[in-house]
Design a binder for this molecule. Structure first.
Ligand code: ZN
Length: 453
């Protein structure tokens, strides 16, 4: 087993006190010790990383994404969520496995370069006969080297059944449930060091039937995997739920058995005090996606109120079609600025924002025993941020430099002790090729969509 010593870093473990001049010891894929440099163990055979001038934080955990959307960035730039979806559904209907693989490769590489070590993905469009889209994004994650939690999404409520999507992008419920069960059986690894876990994720209350929500929850609980969906993202959704189901979105999901410690929901922007109480009391997590909420004009989620109420909140970049090129590091800053712009300068601290992006994310994914903090026994998912550059060095507090400023250079990114990024460059896949794969996916999808029309 290899031993790695990261020396001379400013350690922000998220759990426990910060160590201004410290070391981190990694044996195999786990952190085994950390402390001040004057207690550095003598380990003549260890590999050493001099992290002078670097902040060491837990790797960031992204808890909401749609990687395929890398291929449709920059479209429907001024639309509400519902108009944006109606514009993009027919384009997405043309995607195939090649598009998904290229988009996922670029999207995951981009996340790695912004300090992300674990990402979920919510893939909910499976046009028939277009190849194994889930396998395509799993292959990309394996190549980039990130821990991956793809959620097998679905939609079964097309326009003819009162839903928002056109009928040709939804699937029949039997096929959805069978394919979701197959995805868990084929890919899910429940082990503590797992690089890949599957979640079950019908898309949203306005594109999924109550029957599918209920059956999906039953399937996930039978298989011991987590549940994910979009919830309370816009006022249009709230009106839709009140008109069609007679209750607000959170109450609707509770009725369907969808609140609980094995569930995390994306957005949760429009919540009443009662909704916040139900999310907190049931242990339902929230993936806060401030850039996407801003881009679509959806509103500002009540993150400070959720935290005060005892709910868990993590962050998500959301799909790139509603938050172009958004980075995980940038999302910490966006979350902080949104809360403060809305509720004042004490609404969210820099350290709370870092906790949302790390431990909050790990809790959303059910990985808090193994991820989200720098502690002995946890997986060695670590980001080293260079905060001694000619401009960043004028900020004395490294956590402030990371969260309040734009992203500092990423000196090193470790996933389970393995180097994924060094010196700001990908080390697992060719740096420029990952970006080019995303451009090719974009061009291919637009061409396929034009041919379908
Ligand atoms: Zn989303």
């Amino acid at each position: 087993m290899t031993t790695l010593l990261i020396e001379n870093a400013y350690l922000a473990p998220v759990a426990g006190p910060e160590i201004p001049h410290g070391y981190l010891r990694i044996d195999g894929d786990r952190i085994t010790a950390l402390g001040p440099m004057d207690r550095l163990p003598t380990l003549p055979h260890a590999e050493r990383v001099d992290a002078t001038g670097c902040l060491a934080s837990p790797g960031l955990v992204n808890t909401h994404h749609h990687l395929y959307q890398w291929a449709t960035q920059g479209l429907a730039q001024d639309a509400t969520l519902f108009d944006w979806l109606v514009t993009l559904y027919p384009v997405w209907a043309a995607m195939d496995a090649e598009v998904v693989h290229g988009a996922a490769l670029a999207g995951l590489a981009h996340l790695a370069l912004s300090g992300c070590t674990t990402s979920s993905d919510h893939h909910y469009l499976f046009p028939h006969g277009r190849g194994d889209l889930l396998a395509a994004e799993i292959a990309a994650a394996r190549d980039v080297g990130l821990r991956f939690h793809p959620a097998r999404g679905s939609m079964d409520r097309g326009r003819s059944s009162g839903g928002l999507p056109p009928d040709d992008v939804v699937e029949p419920i039997d096929r959805i449930l069978a394919a979701t069960a197959d995805a868990v059986d084929a890919h899910h690894d429940p082990s503590p060091s797992s690089m890949l876990r599957i979640a079950v994720a019908p898309c949203s209350p306005f594109s999924v039937s109550g029957e599918l929500m209920t059956e999906a929850a039953r399937l996930a609980r039978d298989k011991g995997v987590r549940l994910h969906t979009h919830l309370a993202e816009t006022l249009d959704e709230e009106e839709h739920c009140l008109a069609q189901f007679g209750v607000r979105p959170v109450a609707y999901m509770e009725r369907l058995g969808w609140l609980g410690p094995d569930v995390w929901v994306a957005h949760a922007v429009h919540l009443s005090d009662g909704d916040i109480g139900r999310l907190a009391a049931t242990g339902t997590g929230v993936a806060h996606c401030p850039s996407s909420n801003g881009r679509l004009g959806a509103g500002v989620a009540r993150v400070a109120d959720l935290l005060r109420g005892g709910a868990n909140v993590g962050l998500g970049v959301d799909g790139s079609a509603s938050s172009e090129l958004t980075t995980m590091a940038g999302e910490m800053r966006q979350a902080l600025l949104f809360q403060r712009a809305h509720s004042g300068p004490d609404a969210l601290t820099a350290r709370q924002a870092l906790e949302l992006a790390t431990l909050g994310g790990a809790r959303n994914l059910g990985r808090e025993a193994d991820l989200g903090t720098l502690e002995p026994g946890k997986l060695a998912d670590v980001a080293l941020w260079r905060v001694d550059g000619p401009f960043t060095a004028a900020v004395d507090d490294p956590v402030c430099a990371l969260v309040l400023g734009p992203q500092p250079p990423l000196a090193r990114l470790l996933v389970g002790g393995r180097t994924v990024v060094a010196g700001g460059e990908l080390r697992t896949v060719p740096h420029d090729a990952a970006g080019r794969a995303g451009v090719a996916a974009h061009r291919r999808l637009l061409r396929l969509a034009a041919e379908r029309r």
